[in-house]
Design a binder for this molecule. Structure first.
Ligand code: ATP
Length: 252
């Protein structure tokens, strides 16, 4: 009985720009401490500015950059999620698309922010927080039905692989459809009903990822990965289904 499928454009969330860029600084790691490395980055959290000193160049003013948000070593993923990711994920539960994209050099903390750690709870990652957020919204929504599906792919050496497929080594093709846009052919979709199911799926995919060793990070992921949560939302009595997706990227 579905009359039409409705796709909403990217939403201008929080009443401002549709793209926000925030920067997070991690503490020095053991290797850097052993090498007596010095912190060259400082931040003005109120002004969302960061300053990078050139080591040894005391006379040179630090280089200055301004972002939509700045998070220093003592700030938590919880805080980042509430300020940046929360409105975006909320929009996805209302039928808008959203993307959270972690970018940085090896060992800079992308996995720490996206996957996170279970202890302390404040450093739980953006991805598990997004799962909880989506399923809480589903439980609270009245007169609305949701179908939640997940897919997980990696791009390794320019090749796309399905981390949840029957053969995680098989190479998939990128295609373009006149209405659906760019998509990955034969990428498997998995219906999920709970946070626990999402966690099991992402763990399965995580085990299939190409992990290597780099000098900067002993558990380095050597591939880009995209975990996508696809939502179909239908209000009872309406013949319209909204389609929205939350794309969670971690680049290597
Ligand atoms: N904000 C932080 N607070 C404390 N430790 C952190 C933080 N960010 C990162 N780390 C630690 O730094 C190390 C490297 O982080 P992580 O593995 O997340 O890097 P990455 O950017 O995902 O690296 P790669 O691209 O090589 O996979 C890890 O041991 C992680 O626990």
């Amino acid at each position: 009985n579905v009359e039409c499928l409705r796709r909403r454009p990217e939403r201008l969330y929080m009443g401002s720009e549709s793209v926000k860029v925030v920067v997070r600084c991690r503490p020095l790691n053991d290797r850097e401490k052993a090498l007596s490395c010095k912190m060259v980055l400082t931040m003005d959290l109120q002004r969302c500015q960061c300053f990078i000193e050139k080591p040894g160049a005391v006379d040179e003013p630090p280089k200055q950059f301004t972002f939509d948000g700045t998070y220093y070593i003592d700030q938590t993923t919880e805080q980042m999620y509430n300020e940046i990711a929360y409105p975006l994920v909320e929009g996805v539960t209302e039928g808008y698309n959203g993307t959270i994209f972690a970018y940085g050099q090896t060992g800079s903390g992308k996995s720490f922010t996206m996957q996170g750690v279970s202890e302390p709870a404040t450093q739980k990652g953006v991805i598990p927080r997004a799962f909880e957020h989506i399923f809480e919204s589903i439980q609270c929504a009245e007169n609305t039905k949701f179908l939640v599906r997940a897919s997980y792919l990696e791009i390794y050496n320019e090749e796309i692989r399905d981390l949840l497929g029957s053969d995680a080594k098989q190479r998939l093709e990128l295609k373009e459809h006149p209405e659906r846009g760019v998509y990955v052919r034969d990428l498997s979709m998995h219906t999920v009903h709970s946070v626990g199911e999402c966690e099991r799926i992402i763990e399965k995919g995580w085990r299939n990822r190409a992990v290597g060793y780099t000098l900067m990070n002993k558990d380095s992921s050597r591939s880009h990965s995209i975990f996508t949560i696809h939502l179909e939302i239908c209000s009872t009595g309406e013949l319209i289904i909204s389609l929205s997706s939350l794309y969670l990227f971690s680049l290597c």
